[in-house]
Design a protein around this ligand. Structure first.
Ligand code: AHM
Ligand code: MG
Length: 326
């Protein structure tokens, strides 16, 4: 049995930079266990699903109490690690952590907030970039780099099992929290997303707002065997990206959240730095693909910490197929 601790110990060896990353991921995983406990209390912690005040968060979404509590837990856990700054969906500006740190962390503390009170999986997404104060006088410059510079990324999903899907740039691994031992145990070493799929995940109620290429893609899927794709498709949409992503890591599929014409959705819904980048890194390390329709997600240069991006990821051949409609 390989635990997260032993896995990270072997991966890091005596390398100081790797040890710093390992300590940071361990802290996020520990914070995640506390968040999982809160999520599991469900309606007993009714107040956590309540909308907080009247102010939306930095991305313009309403904040739930648990969004804020999750961010506080992650901040506290990261304080003694090598993380110098935290970029978070819930905070407009970077949060300073360890002044000696040489990493910057970006998080969506609680992905899928709209599902908190429905007993459906929610999760925490993280991305880790190197930070060198000599090169990046403004730490924002360290956060606002194309996603290919990430040194590690992952997400926790708080569902029937609490799982951690992680990459350190050498494949994608799945760890499962073992409630008996209390450890995260390595369950899958080299995750490989099947290249082909017949399953897509979209919020179909928005189709009329989408652009023409994405509407044509969906029309062709819906036409099934008799249509140009020559096969019948299946649709799955949880509404928590971590849950939809974990299904894709397990049996393939594509997740699609395109730009649309609604106000505020002109660049889609998902955030580039702490949602699309980490998912794209994990997916590529599992032999899948991630694009905004035209550009590889990991090559996009951010221009704002909280910017949104149209997002398509999953089975490689299907992601390429979608890009071909553009
Ligand atoms: P959140 O980070 O505020 O929870 O928003 C992101 C979520 C994703 O988890 C999910 O895939 C998507 O938004 C669902 O959007 P919609 O409610 O439009 O279907
Ligand atoms: Mg989210």
């Amino acid at each position: 049995m390989v635990t997260l601790q032993t896995f990270l110990g072997t991966w890091a060896g005596d390398d100081a930079a790797r040890k710093a990353v390992a300590g940071t991921v361990t802290a996020i995983a520990q914070a995640g266990l506390g968040i999982a406990d809160l999520v599991a209390r469900g309606p007993l912690e009714e107040s956590l699903a309540k909308v907080r005040g009247v102010d939306p968060n930095a991305g313009g979404d309403t904040q739930k109490e648990l969004d804020v509590v999750a961010e506080e837990r992650i901040c506290a856990a990261l304080m003694p690690t090598a993380a110098a700054f935290l970029a978070s969906e819930e905070s407009e500006e970077l949060i300073p952590l360890n002044p000696e740190g040489r990493l910057v962390v970006a998080v969506d503390p609680l992905d899928g907030s709209s599902n908190i009170d429905t007993n459906v999986s929610v999760g925490t997404i993280y991305s880790i970039m190197p930070y060198d104060p000599a090169e990046q006088a403004d730490p924002k410059a360290a956060v606002m780099r194309p996603g290919r510079h990430q040194v590690a990324a992952g997400f926790l999903a708080y569902g029937p099992a609490t799982i951690l899907v992680a990459t350190f740039g050498d494949g994608t691994q799945v760890f499962v929290h073992d409630r008996l031992s209390g450890d995260f145990v390595l369950a899958r070493t080299e995750v490989e997303i099947p290249a082909e799929t017949k399953e897509y995940g979209v919020n179909q109620s928005n189709v009329r707002h989408w652009d023409a290429p994405m509407q044509r893609y969906l029309d062709d899927c819906l036409a099934g065997k008799e249509g140009p794709r020559g096969k019948d498709f299946n649709m799955r949409w949880v509404g928590s990206m971590v849950a939809d992503a974990f299904r894709i890591f397990t049996r393939g599929g594509v997740y699609v959240y395109p730009a649309d014409k609604r106000k505020g959705y002109e660049n889609g819904r998902l955030r580039l730095i702490y949602e699309a980048f980490p998912l794209a890194f994990l997916v590529e390390q599992a032999k899948g693909g991630a694009t905004d329709g035209k550009t590889r997600i990991l090559d996009i240069q951010p221009h704002h910490i909280h910017q949104r991006i149209p997002l398509v990821f999953g089975s490689r051949a299907e992601v390429e197929k979608i890009a071909s409609y553009y």
